[in-house]
Design a protein around this ligand. Sequence first.
Ligand SMILES: [Zn+2]
Length: 328
Amino acid sequence: MNWLTNFVRPKIQRLRETPAKEVPDNLWHQCPKCSEMIFHRELEKNLRVCTHCSHHMRMPVRDRLRMLFDEGKWSEVDLPQVAVDPLKFKDRKKYADRLKEAQAKTGLKDAVVVGHGAMGGMSVVVAAFEFDFMGGSMGAAVGEAIIAAADLAMLQEAPLIIVPSSGGARMQEGILSLMQMARTTVAVDKVREKGLPYITVLTDPTTGGVTASFAMLGDVAIAEPGAIIGFAGARVIEQTIREKLPEGFQRSEYLMQHGMVDMVVPRPELRAKLIQLISLLLQTNVEGVVNLAPAQRRKMRERESSSLVPPDPTVPDMHYDPDGASAS
Ligand SMILES: [Zn+2]
């Protein structure tokens, strides 16, 4: 025993045990596009859109729901249980273990959260994806969630909004995953048959089996700027057709130019745009163009009569004018 072992070593040990830094390293985020550093609070305030280059970063699912609903409030829907790991799939890890890891990381049961609540005072059902949960991949649980959302929309006679962010099928569920494409397609079709608006908000990335099913079937397809939307990846396509793909291929803006999506809406304007669309679509329904569920029609009439103002002859009629050459 000497001074070194009794005094110096314990002290060194203590020093080693204290964490290297107390400051959490997630206070600053680096934009993956322009590499600028953004303070986390500023980034949250700006809805995870880069304050320097307007790059839209991926958004955690509950933040997404918070930004869409009135006052950030919604009710979360309990989703049906599904058989866990029906194929007993194993690659480098067991699928059951991968699921548990993803659940611990995200605090979710699976990759979709369904919420219902008010948007602009109108009741809506929103199903949104969490990309951090196994790449937002679609297995049986995701399929059930989309079906539950569609069923709830029909029950409440409310519009359905789906916000995908997904790499596509969940390969660990094999054919059962692929079956969800047909199931979700039928589910959203039923919503449309009921005359209820179905709107998709395609976020980065919307690919694979999700693109090939419900994501492309919205009455209106909105995309966030710069999002990758496609079926197969660009590299796979290039290798298959042995051709260089055009600039911006599979990005929102390119898809809008080529008629695959209806509009590209920056995230800060998204909520207002959705409210405008829903009220327009419900309005159309009221006029009998699409048959509308009775409760929603009644609600629209009430809204109309409560806000009925005699028309002002000096104000020209507001109407959609695609050429911008208004007659008034
Ligand atoms: Zn940036």
